[in-house]
Design a binder for this molecule. Sequence first.
Ligand SMILES: Cc1cc2nc3c(=O)[nH]c(=O)nc-3n(C[C@H](O)[C@H](O)[C@H](O)COP(=O)(O)OP(=O)(O)OC[C@H]3O[C@@H](n4cnc5c(N)ncnc54)[C@H](O)[C@@H]3O)c2cc1C
Ligand SMILES: *[C@@H]1O[C@H](CO)[C@@H](O)[C@H](O)[C@H]1NC(C)=O
Length: 519
Amino acid sequence: MYSDLKPSFSFLILLFLCLQPLIFSLSTDASPPPTVCIVGSGIGGSSVAHFLRHYFHPSPSQPTPPNIKIFERSYVVGGRMATVSIGGESFEAGASILHPKNYHALNYSNLLGLKVKPPPASEDDDSMSLGIWDGKKFVFKTLQVDSKFPLVQKIVSYVNSFRIFFRYGFSLLKMGSFVEVFVLFIAFLFLPKKSTVDSFLKYYESPERRPIFETVDEMLKWAGLYNLTTQTLQDELIGIKLSPLLIKELVTVITRINYGQSVYISGLAGAVSLAGSGGGLWSVDGGNWQMASGLINSSDVSLHLNEEIESISYLGEYYELNSTKRNSYSCEVAVVATPLDEVNIRFSPAVSIPERKLQHTHATFVRGLLNPAYFGLRTVAEIPELVGTLEDPDLPFTCISVLKQLDENDTTYKIFSRGPMSDALLDSIFSARLQTNRINWGAYPHYKAPELFAPFILDGQHLYYVNAFENAASTMETSAVAAENVARLILSRYFSEASLQSSNLQSFSPDADVSHFDL
Ligand SMILES: Cc1cc2nc3c(=O)[nH]c(=O)nc-3n(C[C@H](O)[C@H](O)[C@H](O)COP(=O)(O)OP(=O)(O)OC[C@H]3O[C@@H](n4cnc5c(N)ncnc54)[C@H](O)[C@@H]3O)c2cc1C
Ligand SMILES: *[C@@H]1O[C@H](CO)[C@@H](O)[C@H](O)[C@H]1NC(C)=O
């Protein structure tokens, strides 16, 4: 036995001695670490950077962590997380509410020491009045009683529950527990959505038990969410026998507020939109964009603001990114963390993804006072604090809500609409206007059912697309979840040789029978 071992042992020593110069040279004058270039500094791009740092472990083939560059065409980070300043106070202009189970966002806030607060709309949940406007009249209005007494408020909220119950009937029992029916307006608790939230929680399981996904389809199927993208919300709700009136009014108001769209969005986008509350909603004090800036600051990133990427070319070993500043960057890995539907990035070779349209939401902020006559009312106090609307192409806005009442004649409002709000239109809706700010967002995908998804890997090599996940549902948290998966994909495919080879074998193959368009 001993003599058997001896030769192999000395052979090992020999081998070690032979390899030593090689190991030595690898660890000293090793080639520079690879560069990961990320296009977009929203929650998606910043999360990719964060998770690349979080999950990176040195290996013999990749001893040094990658350089990370983030390119942002704007002069600020955060993308669709941005604030607007009105009357010296700042309000969320884009993404505003987070759900209590948005665990990545929660972890970011803890990690970065950000303060969380309830969003303005839910500050006093039960007393926030709601009206459903059809363009001529309010088809539904909750009672409004301004009382400092909690008991009176409680009674008002029960009366409102009964009002809602009488209009929408027993269907509501399917949407949530009866006591919570009123809260439902702002809370939107209902059965299918509850299970959607639970399915979504699978994406927080430990990475050891959770696969790395190359496609959105695979990722959704694994959590049991894929089927919800094959049917419209309307069909989904008819399937569980909700009353047509409830769908036409209450549910429509909600999908219009959250996604600017009707109940023809996919069941999954609909469920996420309806989940948009339930109490415990929160946002980051001072602005949700601080999550992106905090993650970028803590992830050793070189940030290129005001630098728009115009082209991404694959040159064999690396990608060349060219910017509007006439700069050229070489990156071993390129990550697109912005929707490709409206940006002009030239890809060489061309990449092919399913066609997708963005829904534009015009956010208009007005400091002033609504005109009760516009709503056929006598006093401003009769106008509900949240005016939702029905699906009617003639309606010039989607919703109007009170952000802050400064005094009787001075209130800050937020209006969402599908088209721009002209001065003439605003002058008919408002009796006074001190300040008006307008933002036109390429807000979220225009959802449909069935949805077709672009792959996370655009070229079968090392070009990744975080926002492929966005037509499942667009939220800050879903961007973070998609980004975490993309970071793990990059680390497994680029930074560990073994899995690189195996995953390259099963590289992406576009479906021949779906409509694709070239970028
Ligand atoms: C009005 C509105 C309300 C919303 N409400 C909510 C809500 O309450 N809760 C919620 O969770 N979500 C909400 N959302 C959705 C949420 O904002 C998005 O899902 C999320 O912020 C997307 O983040 P992202 O990083 O994927 O993309 P983005 O935030 O869009 O980031 C992409 C970034 O890439 C940059 N970029 C684009 N092209 C280039 C280029 N060629 N070169 C360099 N940089 C480029 C852009 O400037 C942008 O900063 C809302 C969205 C809108 C518009
Ligand atoms: C959030 O942070 C905690 C503590 O670090 C960790 O255990 C948990 O897995 C994190 N959650 C997510 C979703 O990353």
